[in-house]
Design a protein around this ligand. Structure first.
Ligand SMILES: *Cc1c(COP(=O)(O)O)cnc(C)c1O
Length: 398
């Protein structure tokens, strides 16, 4: 009997994409197998993280890397690293940041729900820039000089949310931050594909970058990558690893943690509650290898084939348009434009309540359009998805 049946939990068809509330992606069997293998033996976690650091450094071009329980956890660790540095006393006092650099500068238009991770480390966000939607000049957003202006004695870091519409550019910010010796943390959680972005933000001057392991990489849902400068990654590791050990018996791998740089052994840090298990770390590393090996073109073609089957299956029951078919670096999606008799929200809700329960992306519901994202669809999902769409689109409104 399937484990979800045994628990009385419905399996869903996830055409929304790798949303955490919908359990993220479906892992490839090679990854699940590696996780099962990892579960059958014990290891020293610092040694495993040191191996992860090496693999992540190679994949990202960063000096070092680390695996935490998600991009969000990675951002918390990154912030804690920028605030506490390699000072064990400060690590122990977080999230109490009295007497420390505890301000993180952020462009106001980039504020989002995930920046809770920055605040959870004990930082206060200092907002910069005014995304003015009313003045005739259009949206000006933040400018580089405004960020430079906000840097002061209490500045711990600049936080940048990577996205095609983020302004100013990361390069500009990294240049001005470097001149003032302020580290730049980048949230690149959902910036894959293209896989060249694994290296891009480090190359553009970021000090620390966070990626989700459970989105396009296809790794465990509760995994994320932190990569960047060696000392910051060391600080993140020290604030994340279990350090319930006698100082004189503590022998961490020098490639991850250089004990000589510490005046004492830190205690459990603020990241201790973002634990990543050996299974997640191994799963993430195998997923990262497979993600890189598949490549953007093959991945795009795989997604496109799924979407074409859905579009062809639904036929003329609605207007299904594939977006991003020519852009191999994107995630192609179907936009399903509904005619006036059907309301997008009502259709999405009916699908969600159906058997099987189907989740589409309501991001364009104001245009009476529903989006089908292929990232979390299994090949076996296509037939029931097509059948449900045809039924619901054919139904006359009451
Ligand atoms: C998904 C996402 C996160 C959180 O990633 P997790 O791996 O789920 O922790 C953070 N920031 C942005 C912009 C995201 O899209």
């Amino acid at each position: 009997m399937n484990i979800y049946d045994r628990l009385g939990v419905r399996r869903i068809i996830n055409a929304k994409g790798p949303a955490t509330r919908l359990s993220g992606a479906i892992m490839r069997p090679e990854i699940a197998q590696a996780m099962a293998e990892a579960s059958r033996a014990c290891v020293d976690m610092a040694e495993l993280q040191a191996a992860a650091s090496k693999a992540i450094a190679k994949a990202t071009g960063a000096e070092a890397g680390y695996v935490a329980s998600g991009a969000s956890a990675s951002l918390l660790l990154a912030t804690a690293a920028c605030i506490a540095g390699l000072d064990p006393g400060r690590m122990s006092r977080l999230p109490d940041t009295r007497g420390m650099k505890n301000e993180v500068i952020m462009v106001r238009s980039q504020r989002n729900f995930y920046d809770h991770a920055i605040r959870a480390a004990g930082a206060t966000i200092v907002e910069v820039g005014l995304p003015d939607r009313y003045a005739g000049a259009g949206v000006r957003d933040a400018e580089a000089w405004e960020i430079a202006d906000a840097i002061g004695e209490r500045t711990a870091a600049i936080f940048y949310v990577a996205d095609s519409q983020s302004r100013p550019t990361l390069k500009e910010i990294a240049r001005l931050a470097g001149a003032r010796k302020v580290p730049v943390i980048v949230d690149a959680a959902a910036q894959l594909p293209p896989q060249s972005n694994l290296k891009r933000f480090i190359a553009e001057g970021a000090d620390l970058v966070a990626f989700s392991g459970g989105k396009a990489i296809g790794g465990p849902q509760a995994s994320g990558i932190l990569c960047g400068r060696r000392d910051f990654v060391m600080s993140a590791a020290l604030q994340h690893l279990d350090l319930d050990i006698h100082a004189d018996m503590w022998e961490p791998p020098a490639t991850l943690i250089d004990k000589r740089k510490l005046k004492g052994t830190p205690q459990h840090g603020i990241g201790r509650s973002c634990k990543a298990g050996k299974e997640e770390i191994v799963g993430l590393l195998v997923a990262l290898e497979l993600f890189i090996a598949e490549g953007d073109a093959a991945r795009h073609a795989r997604w496109l084939r799924l979407l074409q089957k859905i579009r062809d299956g639904v036929g003329t029951a609605a207007t299904l348009t594939i977006r991003g078919a020519d852009d191999r670096q994107s995630v192609p999606v179907i936009e399903m434009q509904l005619d006036k008799r059907l309301k997008a929200t009502a259709i999405a809700l009916k699908l969600q309540r159906g058997k099987p329960s189907i989740h589409l992306d309501p991001v364009l519901r104001d245009r009476n359009c529903l989006v089908i994202n292929p990232m979390c669809l299994a090949p076996g999902d296509v037939a029931p998805l097509v059948a449900a769409l045809k039924t619901i689109l054919a139904r006359k409104p009451a």
